[in-house]
Design a protein around this ligand. Structure first.
Ligand code: ADP
Ligand code: MG
Length: 400
């Protein structure tokens, strides 16, 4: 009786479990049918020294989440292409390991890594038509000839290349060549996309257009993507996260906002932002007999009262203020700067100011000032950065 009673009470529970189980199978099937597998990539202490002794990478640790677009950015020669070639298996690391999900793949040959790369120069075959250039990327696929040709047509159509298939690379524009290089990648549809400065050969307008297209392509296919660029704006606008490389070492990884709002050191602070951040050497002091801390510039007769949260001390610092966090004050009695140049940008204007040995820039909505005018400044203290002049590292003056 007790058993019967139990069965009755468990009945709906068991039914619910079965339904949940069936739903989970259906969900897995749907995932298998509609989403391809996208591994995350992780490197562990990758270093590279070329035979001539050039040390291109120093113990690089980074992780690209599955389906993420990570922008790898840094000045020319900092090791971006070297790292990409190591991911692709075109070069080997001197030390360290690479994992796709949890599998170590450093020894896998390139064609077993399920990734595709777009090179800066597009690497198209000049004697082949656009059609054949795209078709060639399917050389190793198991598809039938008809299916391969259909795949080429489909990708060419989606990238607006359908009318150009019979042309040679020399007969199409730079932007179109760039699309052919992307079409080769998409036709094969690998799980990982590696793009090495794919936009740097295009003119400014086209770059903007292709940037938009790349963002849309990533949104549509959601492939794990490493996008290499030396351009801070491209990195900020395309990267879901950014890895900033400098002389073969990772300076900082994070979202564009994290890198812009909380740079770990002077290099990161100076790399992002246009005009570049104002860095003012000086010290924090206190006015005699007063509680309030002030910042005194080393290079000019500039003395700025600090907010009350900052304790008076005698500390040498570098004050970082982005140009949009400085405001000009007309008819100011002190802290005077001379305006020596104004760049009118339509929606805003950049003023170049100097006082003694100090030069700063200020960006704000246009207002009526002229070169040779004298102005004071006001600082938005909520958005300043402090650095230690001894090592360039960020310092926290206000407890957060
Ligand atoms: P990036 O792509 O960031 O411009 P690279 O990865 O191409 O930089 O180069 C990183 C450093 O390694 C540079 O100093 C470059 O001169 C050097 N380098 C690249 N390839 C080789 C090579 N095959 N032999 C020796 N040095 C190289
Ligand atoms: Mg490069």
């Amino acid at each position: 009786m007790a058993c019967f009673h139990n069965d009755l009470s468990n009945g709906p529970e068991i039914r619910d479990k079965r339904i949940a189980w069936l739903l989970s199978i259906l969900y897995d099937l749907d995932c298998l049918l509609h989403h391809s597998y996208m591994p995350k990539i992780r490197t562990q202490s990758i270093s590279k020294t070329f035979p001539d002794g050039t040390q291109a990478l120093h113990s690089v640790n980074l992780e690209i989440h599955d389906g993420e677009l990570l922008a790898l950015v840094g000045p020319s020669g900092c090791g971006k292409t070297t790292l990409l070639r190591i991911f692709a298996g075109l070069d080997t690391a001197t030390e360290g390991e690479i994992f796709f999900d949890e599998s170590e793949i450093s020894k896998l040959p390139p064609d077993q890594r399920d990734l595709g790369m777009v090179f800066q120069n597009y690497a198209l075959f000049p004697h082949l038509t656009v059609f054949k250039n795209i078709l060639l990327s399917l050389e190793k696929s198991n598809l039938s000839k008809i299916d391969k040709e259909e795949q080429v047509q489909k990708v060419a159509h989606s990238l607006g290349l359908a009318d150009l298939l019979m042309r040679k690379p020399s007969e199409i524009s730079g932007g179109q060549r760039q699309r052919v290089a992307l079409a080769r990648l998409l036709a094969r549809n690998p799980s990982i996309h590696l793009l090495d400065e794919p936009l740097s050969n295009l003119d400014a307008n086209l770059r903007l257009e292709m940037r938009q297209e790349l963002a849309e392509l990533h949104q549509k296919h959601q492939k794990t993507t490493l996008f290499v660029t030396h351009d801070q704006v491209e990195a900020m606008t395309l990267g879901q996260r950014i890895c900033l490389l400098n002389q073969g070492s990772v300076e900082q990884m994070g979202t564009p906002q994290e890198l812009y709002d909380s740079p770990k050191n002077l290099f990161v602070a100076e790399f992002f932002g246009m005009p570049s951040i104002n860095l003012i050497h000086g010290s924090i002091e206190s006015k005699s007999n007063e509680e309030q801390a002030i910042f005194n510039s080393r290079d000019a007769n500039l003395s700025l009262p600090l907010p009350p949260e900052i304790q008076p001390s005698t500390q040498k610092v570098i004050l970082g203020i982005r140009s949009e966090s400085i405001f000009l004050i007309e008819h100011s009695p002190k802290n005077l700067f001379l305006i020596h140049r104004i760049e009118y940008l339509g929606d805003s204007q950049v003023s170049y100011l100097d006082a003694d040995e100090l030069e700063i820039t200020c960006k704000q909505p246009s207002f009526d000032i002229n070169p040779a005018d004298k102005v004071g400044i006001k600082v938005n203290w909520n958005h300043v950065h402090w650095f230690d002049p001894a090592n360039g590292q960020r310092i926290q003056l206000i407890e957060s």
